[in-house]
Design a protein around this ligand. Structure first.
Ligand SMILES: CC(C)(COP(=O)(O)OP(=O)(O)OC[C@H]1O[C@@H](n2cnc3c(N)ncnc32)[C@H](O)[C@@H]1OP(=O)(O)O)[C@@H](O)C(=O)NCCC(=O)NCCS
Length: 187
């Protein structure tokens, strides 16, 4: 067994200023459409396949696992299209999906971020920040007062990103993960 320390964090709209999201030149937001499930799933896989969270949640380390996860997220009553976004980059060979975020409106006043990720080539350009801000604006327009997320403590880029936007730590938990990845999650 391995134990991962996890941070539960919250962003309260009443407590924090919410800046407008901005994207570098050549990048665009794509709003949610039901036929985008496979685009979100493929981008999620590219973002998470080599990262610590694919050890914490083995489904993030396979294409099938990401597709099943996306179907589960989008199929929930709480699924919030306003908080769910793709970012594409206009390359010479056509648009390339390079970032994703999904949101759930779990109650009348609180939402949660499911997965945020930026593919390796495009990290460090401000896209992670742009995805979170776009998601928070969507949740606020949906009428929510606060947004929760969870992050693996050793995932420094993610934890720093959330802190820099104004998320505060409310709880530390431990997730127990079997060292053996179930065969059903292998490629
Ligand atoms: C976390 C992740 C989404 C950040 O995306 P990104 O586009 O590279 O982040 P940004 O360029 O928007 O950076 C915004 C802030 O995040 C923090 N940050 C980003 N990368 C960092 C790094 N390598 N080390 C420390 N802080 C970092 C900084 O505070 C940064 O602000 P600054 O540029 O003013 O210093 C990206 O690393 C990723 O997709 N990781 C794999 C998937 C994942 O783990 N997702 C989070 C699950 S909880």
């Amino acid at each position: 067994m391995r134990y991962f320390r996890r941070f539960r964090m919250v962003f309260e709209f009443a407590e924090r200023h919410l800046p407008e999201p901005t994207l570098p030149l050549g990048f665009h937001y794509v709003e949610w459409k039901p036929n985008h499930i496979s685009r979100h799933a493929a981008t999620k896989y590219e973002c998470f396949r080599d990262e610590v969270d694919s050890q914490v949640f083995p489904c993030l380390g396979t294409q099938d696992g990401c597709l099943t996860l996306m179907e589960q997220i989008a199929g929930q009553k709480a699924f919030c299209p306003e908080a769910t976004w793709l970012i594409t980059h206009a390359s010479e060979s056509g648009p390339v999906d390079c970032g994703i975020i999904q949101g759930l409106a779990n109650s009348s006043d609180a939402g949660s971020i499911q997965n945020v990720g930026v593919t390796k080539t495009f990290r460090g350009l401000g896209l992670g920040r742009a995805l979170i801000l776009k998601n928070l604006h969507g949740f606020r327009e949906h009428g929510l007062r606060r947004v929760y997320l969870e992050a693996t403590a050793e995932n420094i880029p993610a934890v720093e990103l959330y802190r820099s936007i104004g998320f505060r730590l409310i709880r530390t938990t431990f997730k127990q993960v079997s060292e053996e990845t179930p065969a059903s999650w292998r490629d």
